[in-house]
Design a protein around this ligand. Structure first.
Ligand SMILES: CC(C)(COP(=O)(O)OP(=O)(O)OC[C@H]1O[C@@H](n2cnc3c(N)ncnc32)[C@H](O)[C@@H]1OP(=O)(O)O)[C@@H](O)C(=O)NCCC(=O)NCCS
Length: 165
């Protein structure tokens, strides 16, 4: 049922290419292309450390799908990480969606997220959640515009949820 998430994902404006150990340099590049977000979320943690943590997590847990978002001409445009059957069977958690700074506010994120939600629905997942750091108003606006509703806040992280079925 979840096999469709293991291969390249057509995300409308971009393609999600599953990351593996050979993607390390590209992931580092993507982190450096979104310095504002990663600095807010992870402080001064080096891009190499963030990349190796993300990769290790995806390799260790088959529920975690990490993608390099790639444009039609093959250039890296951002990162996407989704955990299926997390925190419960039938639910998915969007761990990360970060586009290169130069590509934002052009509607790309909306197209990618809508296509992702469609894939998750077709993979049999009925509920999606994600956390947004308090104060991240652009991200709050973004997920709200896609129909997510704001639930509880814990430890400075706001929970956003969407029923897919
Ligand atoms: C969040 C993100 C993926 C959205 O992608 P995007 O391509 O910039 O978003 P879109 O152009 O599709 O915008 C869709 C809506 O999001 C909201 N939005 C996006 N950027 C915004 C900003 N800087 N300020 C306020 N609202 C914003 C708006 O509601 C916007 O609708 P509008 O264009 O009609 O005003 C992208 O901005 C990003 O990578 N940000 C850094 C990482 C991040 O915060 N990720 C979310 C937490 S995991």
């Amino acid at each position: 049922m979840r096999r469709r998430l293991e291969s390249h994902l057509d995300l409308d404006a971009l393609v999600g290419v599953p990351a593996d150990e050979g993607s390390f340099d590209t992931i580092v590049h993507c982190v450096r292309e979104a310095p504002d977000y990663f600095h807010r979320a992870h402080g001064a943690t080096p891009a190499e450390r963030l990349a190796s943590d993300r990769l290790a997590n995806a390799v260790a847990d088959e529920r975690v799908h990490l993608y390099v978002l790639t444009g039609l001409s093959g250039e890296a445009a951002g990162l996407l990480e989704v955990a299926v059957d997390t925190p419960a069977p039938g639910e998915a958690t969007i761990v990360l969606l970060a586009l290169a700074q130069r590509l934002r506010s052009k509607g790309l994120g909306t197209r990618v997220a809508r296509a992702l939600l469609s894939h998750l629905r077709q993979a049999g997942l009925g509920h999606v959640r994600l956390g947004v750091l308090q104060g991240e108003t652009a991200a709050m606006e973004f997920w709200s515009s896609l129909g997510f509703w704001h639930g509880e806040t814990a430890d400075g992280v706001m929970l956003f949820e969407l029923a897919l079925s």
